[in-house]
Design a protein around this ligand. Structure first.
Ligand SMILES: C[S@@+](CC[C@H](N)C(=O)[O-])C[C@H]1O[C@@H](n2cnc3c(N)ncnc32)[C@H](O)[C@@H]1O
Length: 377
């Protein structure tokens, strides 16, 4: 985790030790405790013929004496992560504002919409327990600083370290895999957060005008300063991907990274229709999501979907990983649709072989669904 940028909150020695502790706790849970819980769950498997296989396994596991300790550890590690990173970030709030003010002022822009009504799924809970959620705004950029540093720890440093940019590079590699001659002039990321994924796209297509949209004003203030310090021009805008402020047919490429699982079933269709509206004929849509596909997963991973919903405030997790993206994209009007797994990467270099039907695993590949708006539309 060596590459970094000027806006990233810098922990003291003790704060760093705390953050590394929570990261290692999560690694231990992921590698050691989770597989044991999975074995226990399998012992309650009523078999494939059961209509309620996941529900009945979840019910049986949740009655086991150790279950409350297991979910307590899972939820507790999330609370600990945000609380430790939060204290460190808040201590540096004034310093971060100062660093933001020193960023090159001529790169990119920011448009906020104080009247914006937040989508219900954003307003109703703090997604994956980040205090204040994506939309909290106190006029500062602290929420963005929390998301950036906290996100790198949450991803165990395995998504591009402190730049947290492997999703973006993987998306760029996907575009190269499928459309090597594609040269978009105008690109939009929907659900950009603090801009970690849009920066690689801007670097991949340096001649393109790059836009990025999200619901949260604090995240976007931070995103602009972060991109500027990284020397990249991005035009950030506050708004919902379901109904954006951009004119019809104004982009050659619209993409998202890990956004759908934070929305709702209705929003997913609305967003795909909005992508279609925003793209010029012949334009490309690409959505990257977590690599789990519900139907291909083990019983335990399916049961875990219930835990994500109940204990990690991820209500759309199961819908997003079980959605039929091929059909959803086609229904929205896209052609040349493909779904599969793109090898996780730290550069845009790619060949068609790096996009395949097999999931190589978490942090090794990402699920991507992509397609084209018909050229003669
Ligand atoms: C897991 S984060 C990913 C952020 C970024 N794409 C990345 O790869 O680092 C999901 C983001 O989607 C945003 N989001 C969810 N629903 C949205 C909507 N309807 N409109 C715009 N952004 C949305 C959230 O605010 C959040 O920033």
């Amino acid at each position: 985790m060596t590459d970094t940028h000027a806006m990233l909150a810098k922990p003291t020695h003790d704060e760093l030790a705390e953050q590394m502790f929570v990261r290692d706790l999560k690694v231990h849970m992921f590698r050691t405790i989770d597989p044991l819980a999975g074995k226990l769950a399998e012992s309650f498997d009523p078999g494939e013929q059961s209509n309620s296989r996941v529900d009945s396994t979840y019910e049986a596991v949740s009655k086991m004496p150790g279950f409350s300790r297991f979910v307590g550890l899972y939820r507790g590690s999330q609370e600990l992560l945000w609380s430790l990173v939060g204290h460190s970030v808040e201590r540096q709030a004034a310093e971060l504002e100062e660093i933001a003010s020193q960023a090159p002022g001529d790169l990119g822009s920011l448009k906020l919409d104080p009247e914006m009504e937040q989508p219900e799924y954003i307003a109703e809970g703090d997604i994956h327990m980040m205090p204040g959620g994506y939309a909290l705004d106190d006029g500062s950029l602290v929420q963005g600083a929390l998301m950036d540093r906290g996100g790198a720890v949450y991803m165990l440093g395995q998504n591009g370290g402190f730049l947290n940019d492997r999703r973006g590079w993987t998306l760029a590699a996907h575009l190269h895999s499928r459309w090597p001659d594609f040269k978009p002039e105008k690109i939009l990321e929907m659900g950009c957060g603090i801009g970690a994924s849009v920066v690689p796209l801007a670097k991949t297509y340096p001649d393109a005008e790059v836009h990025a949209l999200d619901v949260g004003a604090s995240m976007l203030r931070y995103a602009l300063a972060r991109a500027r310090h990284l020397g990249v021009a991005v035009h950030f805008q506050q708004g919902s991907a379901e109904s954006t402020p951009y004119p019809d047919e104004s982009f050659d490429c619209v993409f998202s990274c890990a956004m759908f699982h934070e929305t709702s079933p209705e929003a997913m269709s609305n967003i795909l229709n909005e992508c279609y509206r925003l793209l010029r004929p012949g334009g490309i849509v690409a959505h990257l999501e977590v690599p789990q596909r519900y139907e291909d997963e083990t019983l335990w991973t399916q049961v875990r979907g219930e835990l994500e919903r109940e204990f990690n405030n991820e209500p759309n997790w199961k819908t997003a990983i079980s959605a039929d993206y091929d059909t959803l994209l086609k229904v929205a009007g896209f052609t040349d649709v493909a779904t599969g797994y793109q090898d996780a990467t730290g550069s845009a270099d790619s060949t068609p072989e790096n996009f395949a039907p097999e999931n190589k695993g978490v942090f090794r590949s990402w699920f991507v669904a992509s397609g084209m708006k018909p050229a003669d539309d």
